[in-house]
Design a protein around this ligand. Structure first.
Ligand SMILES: Cc1ncc(COP(=O)(O)O)c(C=O)c1O
Length: 328
């Protein structure tokens, strides 16, 4: 069962719980269940290699959305690939994080120090500190002034501050992406979460122009497909969709809060794309939900915490409500 600690492993869940009612309700990730409608793709985009106009179309749309210079942006095939490129570009084997945070950092960097707070993270002398903004799974946001000061402090000794804004699009005013260009700071963006298109594999790194150059050289030519660049350019420019989606996600997350609270689960944080709850026996609840065909996120390091993504429709919502009632 330990291999099911991750989110997004629906095939493995179905094999582990063959008697679960179908279809599965997958609430194990923080991916928006109401994705951006990609629309028609320029036919040639499938056939030709993505040219610099295609790349710049996406870079310009993202940089004007977040308020940074285009020269501080490189598009990547997702933020995981971006982290791998950063690791190699700057020889970052050892990073420090503040626990709890996203387990994927440990899969990219060889040595991860999980510190209790920022001072302890700084004291590790790791080559980089990585912080979520907002953090996954507790939803904690970073303070802009702290980020600025910390980046300067780390840069002074050749170290890096990496701010992971994979979930940042849900509250742009709390993002630090506009600081891109400040020495020592790298900001990661993912297209998969808010836009709900994780399978497209699109993301970006924002940073000082020389750092961006070093990251680009790790990615090789044409790292992002033409169709992905076209969809990204369209979605980043679609501020009407973004505003409506932010409102929709906050409404749906509030509905999920009510359901979880009524089931006796105590709110422990989260974002508009997922909620974190505390309970006395998280793993038993996780198993009961799995037997009911509902896949939520549990954590190998905590017997108390569970993370719920947003139910995609009323049927999923009601299945979750009745499964939680049945176990309570
Ligand atoms: C906090 C955080 N950062 C980064 C990622 C990686 O996202 P992607 O590689 O799809 O952009 C994830 C995926 O779950 C995540 O939760």
């Amino acid at each position: 069962m330990d291999d099911l600690v991750h989110g997004g492993a629906l095939g493995a869940m179905a094999r582990a719980f063959p008697d679960a009612p179908l279809p599965w309700v997958d609430l194990s990730t923080g991916i928006n269940p109401w994705p951006y409608h990609v629309g028609a793709i320029t036919p040639g985009a499938w056939q030709k290699l993505p040219d610099s106009e295609a790349v710049m179309g996406c870079v310009d749309a993202l940089s004007s959305l977040v308020g940074c210079a285009p020269s501080t942006v490189v598009m990547t095939p997702g933020s995981t690939a971006a982290m791998v490129a950063i690791r190699h570009a700057f020889n970052i084997d050892h990073i420090a994080t503040i626990t709890p945070t996203y387990g994927g950092y440990g899969e990219v960097f060889a040595n991860v120090s999980a510190a209790m707070d920022l001072d302890a993270a700084i004291a590790t002398n790791a080559k980089a500190i990585i912080l979520g903004n907002p953090n996954n799974p507790d939803g904690v946001w970073q303070n802009l002034t702290t980020v600025q000061a910390l980046a300067a402090r780390l840069a002074a000794t050749g170290r890096w501050l990496i701010i992971d804004e994979a979930f940042g699009d849900i509250a742009p005013h709390k993002c630090v992406a506009a600081l891109a260009g400040v020495p020592g700071l790298l900001v990661l963006r993912s297209f998969g979460k808010f836009y709900g298109l994780a399978g497209l594999r699109l993301g970006a790194v924002l940073g000082a122009a020389d750092a961006i150059g070093a990251i680009k050289s790790q990615l090789g030519a044409w790292p992002v497909s033409g169709p992905a660049l076209e969809i990204g350019a369209r979605a980043y420019a679609d501020t009407v969709w973004q505003k409506q989606m932010m409102m929709c996600l906050h409404t749906e997350a509030a509905k999920l809060d009510n359901l979880l609270t009524e089931a006796g689960l105590e709110r422990a944080g989260g974002t508009a794309l997922f909620r974190l709850v505390r309970t006395h026996d998280a793993h038993a609840i996780w198993s009961k939900l799995a037997q009911a065909g509902i896949y939520v996120r549990r954590f190998g390091w905590s017997e108390q915490l569970l993370r719920f993504g947003l139910p995609p429709d009323i049927i999923a919502f009601e299945r979750l409500a009745s499964a939680l009632q049945a176990q309570g």
